[in-house]
Design a protein around this ligand. Sequence first.
Ligand code: NDP
Ligand code: MG
Length: 392
Amino acid sequence: MTKKVAILGSTGSIGRNALEVIGALAPAFEVVAMTAHSKVDLFCQQVRAVRPKYAAMTDSVAAQSCRKRLQGTGVEVLSGPNRLVEIASLDEVDIVLCAVVGAAGLPAALAVAKAGKTVAIANKEPLVIAGELLTEAARRSGATILPVDSEHSAVFQAMQAGSAAEVEKVILTASGGPFRKTDTAHMQRATVEQALNHPTWTMGPKITIDSASMMNKALEVIEAVWLFRLSVDQIDVLIHPESVVHSMVEFVDGSVIAQLGTPDMRLPIQYALTYPRRVAGVADRLRLDRLGKLTFEPPDLKKFRALALGFEVARRGGSAPVVFNAANEAAVEAFLAGRIPFGAIVELIEHCLDVHNERTHLSLDDLLAIDDWSRQEVARRLADAPQTVAQK
Ligand code: NDP
Ligand code: MG
């Protein structure tokens, strides 16, 4: 029977890769709903090609323009952020691919988890800020949360070699990003262009900046805690510049099981869709004979302060990961807009964590309020002390 998929964030890097994967898997899989935020041209093009039953743009101005452009195609374009939740909860959808960027994807991810569907989750920020709510909602409804993030897909695959109780630790690999060999002073003054120049992966701008600061790995540590029910002490990070070993699981007997592949997101996307089966697909094949060698080194936690903070925040739990994530989203936006230097991103995150009063046992409304507070604190800091931040 055809599996019906909804893609939240079809115009993004993950969304575009997913359309390619699903196109190659037809007729076993079919996209019945897709959403985008602002990219009208690309979204109209995708909708014309895919002809989904439901299409939605969360930005209402973009939706209006898209609606005009798609007149006569028979596809109705829905509008506004609430449409994500509606699409995520549609009865006729089997699998929802959450590929929106940032905390904006949280309400929809929660809706899919509550609806008891399969959640293929690329969008890591909701797991970071609301891991407990999401996993608890999935447990109650019987929903399955499947990782799309390459490291977590690798861990998920490696974990099938033993039982959960036999897992000793998880080793998340990281490319080290564009500044692996750059000294701290130069890294702090890096330009947007330099920070966007990722050595191995092609991804959307926000996660690419997060990879440069290693905030991405920090978020992934917290993501792993929730996806696999691990304690923070069970998670190690290892720099692996070739991005071929996507992560590893060490079992109690000392065996280390790894998953390898080229740095190509089409593979983990496909695995989340076809799980528990494997089928031929479009992802590039690994040629280890051409690569010759694979290298590993420990991460520099003094230089990449965001990663050190990530471990700390993961241990603290409660509101700390919410503040950590939202401050980063606001700071990355300011960096991409040319308002702050690269080094100020982590400084702003540290500032928000310092002035925040920590809380535990948070409802969705509490989480959203703390997320909002953190973004505003970044804005206040930038307005009050622009010089200090700019010189960092
Ligand atoms: P992109 O920036 O490329 O795409 C983001 C998608 O989300 C776009 O479709 C965008 O629409 C939509 N979007 C943006 N803002 C909003 C909003 N406020 N409300 C609803 N939709 C919105 O991101 P990526 O594809 O790179 O990443 C998506 C998620 O997957 C992130 O959480 C990232 O961490 C994770 N991920 C990504 C990987 C990658 O290889 N790219 C690897 C592992 C994880 P539009 O473009 O129309 O504005
Ligand atoms: Mg990843």
